[in-house]
Ligand binder design. Structure first.
Ligand SMILES: Cc1ncc(COP(=O)(O)O)c(C=O)c1O
Length: 367
């Protein structure tokens, strides 16, 4: 029987080379300190340095980091967070977790990202924060959004879970928000198996964020001497993930560069294919294309054509307001409806070779 080659996937786990990873893992696993410790703090420092983002706190997940960010912004019962439905669910389930109301702003139909004008129209005196997701790794129009947040005195939180290394006007995403979060879950650009990071612009918030990360306690102070005044969570990163994170950062440029090379190749080639359009990229934005976003008049046809040559393609996410739990917060979002109808993600990561990407373009450019 002919064995079919495996499909080219949309997402893939990236691990450091075995000969580097295994001895390092062994040393941490048998080193006596596997909980939060020096490997986590070294990872935080390396992350801050590489992306120019001060105040990095490593967490057990991006979701945990988001929860802390929302709490620091004052989210709770009786408050509102302006957010996007075009994201993975944790962006918005976390808002519900705080007791706040998620207010869904519309998105730009050409990018899938939150539309600053829609955000501005939804601000009320109950708004505590705006949450902007750099969907699929394409930066939001951060200049305008920062201005909206400043005009109204609300916090801007960047959800950079898809956008590690992406830049806007020469600076890393995460540098524009009052806080930002990253995810190192299994299939992101970079994984610590599960893990995340919170970055904070205002360094005076760091001690409170650390307490929220760890039950409300302060690390390093004997438990017999601390008093919890605000309950925190168990969102800290452990040393095994911290060490893996450090090793991953050493190779991250190579991986990101390949995502970018493939993304730019598609941007150029799909620009002239009738019925297809690359997602728009705002002036000054440099995406890192966690997923490649193609907008197609017939997205099912794109999926079928790629399946026939052994390549996965899909919409991947479900706008969050489609879920029953968000039904009370549904509102008309014509931009999102248009974006989602046309959306199809195609493989673009480090595992897509020059030959693969040519085959993908050829299969879709055929009349
Ligand atoms: C946009 C977005 N935000 C937040 C998260 C949460 O990250 P994590 O899975 O690390 O908790 C994810 C990941 O699934 C995500 O895609």
């Amino acid at each position: 029987m002919n064995k079919q080659p495996p499909m080219i996937p949309l997402v893939k786990v990236a691990m450091p080379p075995r000969d580097v990873l295994m001895p390092a893992l062994e040393s941490v696993l048998y080193g006596g300190v596997i909980a939060e410790g020096e490997h986590v703090y070294s990872f935080e420092a390396a992350f801050s340095e590489l992306f120019g983002l001060p105040g990095t706190l490593a967490t057990s997940s991006g979701t945990g980091a988001l929860h802390i960010a929302f709490e620091l912004a004052g989210a709770g019962v009786g408050t509102e967070i302006i957010t996007t439905s075009m994201t993975a669910e944790p962006t918005n389930t976390t808002i519900l977790q705080t007791g706040a109301v998620p207010v869904f702003a519309d998105v730009n139909p050409r990018t899938g990202n939150i539309d600053p004008a829609s955000v501005e129209s939804l601000l009320t005196e109950r708004t505590k924060a705006i949450c902007a997701v750099h969907y699929a790794g394409y930066p939001v129009e951060l200049g305008e959004l920062r201005q909206v947040a400043d005009r109204h005195g609300v916090v801007l939180i960047e959800d950079c879970a898809h956008a590690l290394g992406a830049r806007f006007k020469g600076r890393s995403v995460g540098a524009f928000g009052d806080s930002a979060i990253f995810s190192f879950q299994a299939i992101k650009h970079m994984t610590t198996i599960d893990g995340g990071a919170l970055t904070l612009k205002n360094q005076t918030q760091v001690p409170e964020a650390k307490r929220l990360r760890w039950f409300g306690l302060t690390k390093g102070v004997p438990r017999t001497e601390v008093d919890i005044v605000r309950p925190g969570y168990k969102y800290n990163m452990h040393n095994v993930a911290g060490l893996l994170g450090q090793l991953q950062l050493r190779g991250i440029d190579t991986l990101l560069n390949r995502h970018v090379s493939n993304g730019r190749f598609y941007d150029e080639r799909f620009a002239s294919v009738p019925g297809l359009a690359p997602a728009a990229i705002p002036d000054g934005a440099e995406p890192t294309y966690w997923l490649y976003t193609l907008l197609a008049e017939d997205s099912d046809d794109v999926e079928r054509r790629l399946a026939s040559i052994g390549v996965m393609a899909s919409k991947l996410h479900r706008p969050n307001h489609y879920h029953s739990v968000f039904a009370p917060y549904r509102r008309p979002m014509p931009g999102l409806d248009e974006f989602y109808r046309k959306l199809v993600h195609i493989p673009c990561g480090w595992w897509v070779s020059d030959e693969d990407r040519e085959r993908i373009v050829d299969a879709l450019a055929k009349g």
